[in-house]
Write a protein that binds this ligand. Structure first.
Ligand code: G3I
Length: 365
C-alpha cells in the first residue's frame, strides 16, 4: 500500500472514531427512558399525583423520562364524584393540563372499582364487609352509566386509554371467581360488559382496558379472566386491552417464561397489553443484593414487553419512592416488622436506582 492510500485510511479511521465518540456522547449524554422507549415503539410512564405538580424535582423526572402518565387517584369516584349530583374534576383537570402541556399521553384509572367509592354511593367502601345497599339495580345502573359517560366524555380525545373495570376478580390467584363487590352484588356480573359499552359510546376512539393484579402468570385467576374476555369479545363487547398491574416484590422472583406464555395467549385474543402499575417492593432490608434482584425483575418484565408490539405501555406505579403507596401499605396493611417498599425506579431523593439502569440497558439494545 503506497503512502498516499495509507494516509487516506488513517484519515477515514480517525473520522469514524470521532463520529462514534460524538455520536455516543450525544446518544447516551442526552437520552432518557422516553427517548429509548420511542425507538422501541413502547410507551413508558408513571402514575402521578396532582399534589406534587409544583415540585420541580418531581415534574422534571416525569417530563424528562416518561411519555405517559396515569392519575394514581384523581380519576377515582371518591375524587371526581364526591356527591351524587356533584362532580369535582379540579385535580384530574390539573393532571390533564400538565400532560397536555408536556405532550404526555394519559391512561385513565379507573371507571369501575370497588375501592375509593364515595360515602353517598356506599357507606362502607371496603372489601371486608358487604356494603350497605343504597340503591336498587336500576338506580345503580343509571348512576354507573351516567358516571362513566360524564367522565369519559369530559376527557374525550385527551385520555387515550381507560381502565374501565379494575380488579373484577378475587385477589387470590387461585380463586378465578369474580369479586363479590358492591357493583357485582347489586348489578350482577353484567356490570362489566355494560361499563365497556357505555365507555365506548362516550369515546369511540379510546382504548378500553380491564385491569388486574396477580394475573401475570398462568393461574386460575388469569385463566378466568382470559375466558371471560374471550366470551365478551365474541359477543362484540368493546374490550381492547388487558392491564397487568405487576405489583411485585423481591420475595418472589417471577417465572418470566410463564408470564410470556400467558401474555401471548391474551395477545392471541387480539388484545393490546399494558403493564400498568409496576413496582417491585424490596423486602427485608435495602441491600445491594436486594436492589440487584429488583433490577433483574424490572429487566425481566421490560424484556418481555419489548418482544411483543402488542405490549404498548410499561408504567410504574409512582415516580419516586418518596411518595409510593407502598410505604402506607406496609405500615397499615402488611403491618410488617421488616422493611417493605422502595419499589420504584427513583429513590426517595430522586436518584436513579439500579432498576432504572437495567431498564435503560434493555431499551437501548
Ligand atoms: O389525599 C388524602 C389526604 O388528604 C388525607 O390526609 C389522607 C389521610 O387519609 O388520605 C389521602 O388520600 C389517600 C390517597 O391514597 C392519596 O394518598 C387515601 O386515603 C388512600 O386510600 C389512597 O390510597 C390509594 C389506593 O389505591 C386506594 O385508592 C393509593 O394511593 C394508590 O396507590 C392505590 O392504587 C391502587 C390502584 O388504584 C389499583 N391497583 C392497586 C393499587 C395499589 O393499591
Amino acid at each position: 500500500m503506497d503512502g498516499k492510500t495509507f494516509n487516506r485510511y488513517i484519515v477515514v479511521a480517525l473520522f469514524l472514531w470521532v463520529v462514534n465518540i460524538f455520536g455516543c456522547t450525544f446518544t447516551h449524554g442526552n437520552l432518557f427512558l422516553r427517548d429509548y422507549a420511542a425507538r422501541r415503539n413502547i410507551n413508558i410512564g408513571a402514575a402521578i399525583m396532582a399534589d406534587y405538580l409544583e415540585e420541580t424535582e418531581y415534574t422534571d423526572i416525569v417530563v424528562r423520562e416518561f411519555n405517559l402518565v396515569v392519575p394514581e387517584n384523581h380519576l377515582k369516584w371518591s375524587y371526581v364524584h364526591p356527591e351524587k349530583d356533584k362532580y369535582d374534576f379540579s385535580a384530574a383537570d390539573k393532571i390533564i393540563r400538565f400532560a397536555q402541556k408536556n405532550n404526555l399521553k394519559v391512561r385513565g384509572h379507573a371507571l369501575v372499582w370497588h375501592k375509593s367509592l364515595p360515602k353517598w354511593l356506599t357507606p362502607d367502601c371496603n372489601d371486608s364487609e358487604p356494603n350497605k345497599v343504597s340503591y336498587n339495580k336500576k338506580e345503580l345502573e343509571d348512576i354507573l352509566e351516567q358516571h362513566i359517560k360524564t367522565v369519559v366524555t369530559r376527557y374525550k380525545g385527551k385520555i387515550k386509554y381507560w381502565d374501565v373495570v379494575n380488579e373484577a376478580f378475587e385477589g387470590n390467584d387461585n380463586s378465578g371467581e369474580l369479586r363479590r363487590t358492591f357493583w357485582y352484588n347489586i348489578l350482577g356480573k353484567d356490570y362489566i360488559e355494560k361499563a365497556f359499552i357505555w365507555a365506548h359510546e362516550a369515546d369511540k376512539k379510546a382504548k378500553l382496558f380491564i385491569n388486574d393484579f396477580n394475573i401475570g402468570e398462568r393461574n386460575l385467576k388469569s385463566d378466568a379472566l382470559y375466558e371471560m374476555i374471550r366470551d365478551l369479545k365474541r359477543e362484540g363487547v368493546p374490550i381492547h386491552g388487558v392491564g397487568f398491574q405487576f405489583h411485585l416484590d423481591t420475595n418472589k422472583k417471577p417465572d418470566f417464561e410463564n408470564i410470556e406464555a400467558n401474555i401471548k395467549r391474551f395477545i392471541g385474543l387480539g388484545l393490546e397489553i399494558q403493564f400498568t402499575e409496576i413496582d417491585v417492593a424490596i423486602c427485608g432490608e435495602m441491600t445491594k443484593e436486594q436492589l440487584e434482584l429488583q433490577s433483574e425483575i424490572y429487566q425481566g418484565l421490560i424484556n418481555i414487553a419489548l418482544k411483543y408490539p402488542q405490549v404498548t405501555a410499561f408504567v410504574t406505579w409512582g415516580v419516586t419512592d418518596k411518595y409510593s403507596w407502598l410505604s402506607r401499605y406496609a405500615a397499615e396493611v402488611l403491618k410488617s416488622e421488616t422493611f417493605y417498599g422502595s419499589g420504584l425506579l427513583f429513590d426517595e431523593n430522586y436518584r436513579k436506582k439500579p432498576a432504572y439502569h437495567a431498564i435503560q440497558k434493555s431499551l437501548n439494545q
